[in-house]
Design a binder for this molecule. Structure first.
Ligand SMILES: *Cc1c(COP(=O)(O)O)cnc(C)c1O
Length: 299
């Protein structure tokens, strides 16, 4: 079971930061070597709800490189739950990448389905699930449900985060962002950096998970996707390497590398008023870097 005391809060100072701005990174990446950062927070109450409902199986969904799939496999192994991963893409081979190999090695049963079937299964809400899944708790892709958001609401309690004025986080489904918004304080502004091009509907998906009483201001920034999900320019690799040289903190190509790029861009645009204290959430995802050719990154 991941131990929150592994999570550190590291002060950072980079050349891109003017003197009047301070920043720190909340290192969810240190939480567990297998269960990537924010994914444990999103799974925590899903596993508890499954157990409370007497379910012995978790069924969830993801793409071939999904950090959520890898994390769910490891978390279910630890919890003694059967795990079934529905993978988008009928043509994908079970041993085609490190994410899927790790999921299978942790006991997850992988089912490869066409993109059409993937979509319809996701919307089937259990009813049309095949016989063997009757006693299953369904976790939507990316852990996007209220249990996921509740768990993500605990992220800001892992360390004292009261002093921060801005909280920045990379966004996929927005579940983590919703949890952050729900638990942030009135003096804090939460900024989500979407890694998806064309994030239509994302704002509504986030709003659907917000508690009526949330007090923080929030914004979804959609022009930092760097070409779209899984795409990145050489400049991003350079920024990730530079950030590592300056802070000794590794980032991932899909999410946190784009968070760093966005932070640098916002600094350049003087987005943060003098005196701002910025909290960057390191959501993990470092296992995704294993798909890069060796030597691409300096870490
Ligand atoms: C999955 C993931 C995210 C996105 O989380 P959402 O809750 O889906 O928005 C961000 N960062 C990393 C490293 C991830 O693996």
């Amino acid at each position: 079971m991941p131990d929150y005391s592994n999570i550190t809060l590291d002060a950072i100072r980079t050349a891109a930061m003017p003197a009047g701005i301070s920043a720190a990174m909340l290192r969810l990446d240190l939480l567990d070597p297998e269960i990537s950062g924010n994914k444990w927070f999103k799974l925590k109450y899903n596993l508890a709800a499954a157990r409370a409902a007497g379910k012995d199986t978790i069924v969830t969904f993801g793409g071939a490189y999904s950090n959520h799939i890898a994390a769910t496999a490891a978390a279910c192994r630890d919890a003694g739950l059967r795990a079934i991963g529905i993978i988008r893409g009928q043509e994908i081979q079970a041993d085609s990448n490190a994410t899927l190999r790790a999921a299978a090695a942790n006991g997850m049963e992988l089912r490869f389905v066409t993109r059409e079937d993937y979509k319809s299964l996701q919307h089937a809400s259990g009813a049309r699930m095949e016989e063997g899944w009757k006693n299953a708790w369904i976790v939507p892709e990316g852990g996007h449900n209220s249990e996921g958001a509740s768990g993500a609401g605990e992220i800001l309690h892992a360390q004292p985060t009261f002093p921060y004025t801005h909280i920045l986080c990379a966004v996929g489904t927005g579940t983590t962002l919703a949890g952050l918004i729900n638990s942030a304080l009135p003096h804090q502004q939460v900024l989500g950096i979407s890694v998806l091009k064309g994030a239509a509907g994302l704002k509504d998906d986030i709003a659907a998970l917000l508690q009526p009483g949330h007090t923080a201001r929030w914004e979804l920034l959609t022009d930092h996707h760097g070409g779209g999900y899984g795409k990145f320019a050489p400049a991003q690799l350079a920024a990730m390497n530079e950030f590592y040289e300056e802070t000794r903190i590794p980032t991932d190509i899909i999410y946190t590398g784009k968070l760093i790029m966005a932070f640098n861009t916002l600094l350049k645009r003087n987005y943060f008023p003098e005196g701002s204290n910025v909290l960057l959430i390191h959501t993990g995802g470092l296992q995704g870097n294993s798909s890069l050719p060796p030597g691409t990154l300096a870490f």
